[in-house]
Write a protein that binds this ligand. Structure first.
Ligand code: HEM
Length: 157
């Protein structure tokens, strides 16, 4: 008997079998909410970049020719897709692949994989400073989701 049939036949109606077969994905709704709060405060993306630039001497030269008003909009959308992708969205897959290619070894903005932890640290520090409802647990959740993203980029390097 397949699991669904077995759950339908569960005369106790306990629901326990259904829970066992629920999808294992995390929707990261708490991060989407945290991200909205951060964006509402203003200057959130700029805060990430200012920390990021100070975090490693190899980083500022990578952005030497960057138009930051355009870049901020791109990253703003990028983080949104990254959260959706970490939450298992198939729709975000194509956007993530495009970003991974931009940052891959042959891309327009190649990123050495060893720099990604500085990006994650800068983002989490900016959230801690900006989200009025920040908790250390929420910071861990952000780290977990963004490490999914950076692992994906590194996997496509
Ligand atoms: C060590 C980490 C990273 C570094 C050093 C880095 C660096 C860069 C650079 C130099 C550019 C090109 C800017 C230009 O056009 O002048 C860029 C573009 C971009 N980055 Fe990153 N990046 C990093 C991580 C990330 C992550 C994790 C995301 C997504 C969550 C991301 C999203 C984007 C997007 C969306 C663009 C614009 C792409 C486009 O114009 O088509 N980056 N990045």
């Amino acid at each position: 008997m397949c699991p669904i049939e077995r759950s339908a036949a569960d005369s106790q109606g306990s629901g326990l079998i259904l829970i066992a077969f629920a999808p294992m994905t995390d929707r990261y709704d708490d991060l989407q909410a945290s991200y909205r709060r951060c964006l509402r405060q203003g200057h959130f993306i700029e805060r990430i970049y200012s920390r990021f630039m100070d975090s490693h001497p190899e980083i500022p030269p990578l952005f030497a020719g960057t138009d930051f008003s355009r870049q901020s909009m791109a990253l703003r959308r990028g983080i949104s897709s990254a959260i959706a992708h970490a939450a298992g969205s198939r729709l975000a897959e194509r956007t993530m692949l495009a970003m991974a290619q931009v940052h891959g070894a042959l891309g327009r903005a190649p990123v050495p994989p060893r720099l990604y932890p500085f990006w994650v640290d800068s983002l989490v520090a900016a959230v801690a400073e900006t989200d009025p409802e920040f908790t250390p647990r929420l910071g861990q959740r952000w780290r977990q989701a963004m490490e999914t993203t950076t692992a994906f980029f590194i996997g496509h390097h």
